[in-house]
Design a protein around this ligand. Structure first.
Ligand SMILES: C[S@@+](CC[C@H](N)C(=O)[O-])C[C@H]1O[C@@H](n2cnc3c(N)ncnc32)[C@H](O)[C@@H]1O
Length: 230
């Protein structure tokens, strides 16, 4: 689907956490969209529940960018099943190239709004992990409503996590970390893994993504927030 077609389809979305940017595809990314999306992609379909494997854990990454973390996690954990959701077409194309080059068979991609995918395609209590790495911080006050971490999102994630499943967010924006803590700490179905209800140590396996590296160049600290579904 083109980004323009996606934009049209999304006129009624609840949290507008992204704007469709007119990103230019490289030739290789365009070829990946033509040749690899049919292989690794799952078409968004309203109220068509995903047929997730019952014999292995499913990890779902929201807003995977170029797929750095997704590809790394799928390589490290070959016995897990991975679903990546991203709207930005050049990122999807880039990730498809990386998935194919790594010979991964445990990753699928959905190019669509994560809120709608969660609402309409993900079965209840089906995910072992939901990963949200370096979501757009929407730093201006008038844009705070665009931050994906809102009560509606948090409750949806809690619906979709299996018991003991984990929501893992990471951000390099201090005020977004505080915002997330304030909003997620009050969810009765998600327990902060930090005894002090703050951020947790960074898990050693979490790959440094492009946005994380940019944050580090700007001198930002990174906060990992981990919550267990109770
Ligand atoms: C700041 S980038 C971070 C990308 C990557 N996680 C990283 O760390 O490099 C945030 C990404 O989330 C995507 N995004 C934002 N809202 C989304 C949504 N509702 N559904 C799917 N992707 C979304 C954006 O397109 C963007 O690529």
């Amino acid at each position: 689907m083109t980004e323009q077609a996606l934009q049209k389809q999304l006129t009624s979305r609840s949290i507008r956490s992204f704007v469709i940017r007119k990103g230019r595809l490289t030739k290789a990314q365009a070829a990946a969209m033509d040749n690899l999306l049919p292989k690794y992609g799952i078409q968004y379909q309203e109220d068509q529940l995903l047929d997730l494997p019952t014999d292995k854990p499913t990890w779902l990454e929201i807003g995977f960018g170029n797929g750095d973390a997704l590809i790394d996690m799928a390589t490290r954990y070959p016995d897990n099943d991975f679903i990546g959701i991203e709207v930005h077409e050049p990122g999807v194309g880039q990730a498809l190239m990386g998935i194919d080059a790594s010979g991964l068979t445990n990753v699928n991609i959905i190019q669509h709004d994560a809120m709608e995918v969660l609402q309409h395609m993900v079965p209840e209590a089906s995910l072992q992990r939901v990963l949200l790495f370096f979501p757009d911080p929407w730093r201006k006050k008038r844009h705070f409503k665009r931050r994906i971490v809102q009560t509606e999102f948090i409750e949806l994630v809690a619906d979709k996590l299996e018991p003991d499943g984990v929501l893992h967010c990471a951000t390099d924006w201090q005020d977004y970390a505080e915002w997330m803590l304030e909003k997620i700490n009050v969810c009765e179905r998600l327990k902060n893994q930090s005894d002090t209800d703050e951020d947790s140590p960074r898990p050693e396996w979490r790959t440094k993504t492009r946005f994380e590296q940019r944050g580090e160049r700007l001198g930002h600290n990174v906060a990992d927030l981990l919550y267990t579904r109770i």
